[in-house]
Design a protein around this ligand. Sequence first.
Ligand code: GDP
Length: 195
Amino acid sequence: LNLQKAEFIRSAASAADFPRDMLPQVVFSGRSNVGKSSVINKLLLRKNIARVGAAPGKTTHINYFLIDGKVYLVDLPGYGYAKVSMAEKARWGRLIESWFADTSLMTLGVMIVDARHKPTADDCTMGEWFKQSGKPFVVVANKLDKLKKSEIEPNMARIRETLELAENVKVIPFSAEKGDGRQELLSAILGAVGE
Ligand code: GDP
């Protein structure tokens, strides 16, 4: 899979815009500011295909990228931004619900959390969406570079416990800044899409 060959396909505001051409779809989710754009850019070795520092909460669209003509990378809008209106939150909920309503679209989930913190209630809700999808998913614990060595193991354990992850769900320590974890995430993706 040639990750350098990534192109933006479309921004979907509702289910009618979701591509349904049976190509594998790898879906990325995370709180606003967790570094989702940075993780995607690091993975694809691109500077700015996913916009870093986009206005939080202003993104109730699902962005689709096509990698090497073979795999969709699906960028779900970030959640948990305090200043978002109730109406906007409801819109987010409906959009995510409609995306997960058709789990045939999903090949692998990549749920991004902050390596420093205990997952939030919103993270736990997102975790439930992934679990209920019945599809494989991994948890990426981003901003690893902000942890002391001694904090890594206990923090990873706390993430696993708080999200009540099954044993087969990987927690990947990751730094979008330094590149740690990129290879492990890449292997999980390549394994899931059969490349
Ligand atoms: P998004 O809202 O989830 O897409 O988050 P962004 O990718 O825009 O990142 C939010 C902020 O976190 C930016 O200031 C990034 O530079 C920073 N950031 C993202 N990933 C990392 C990381 O691994 N380490 C550090 N130290 N900062 C990061």
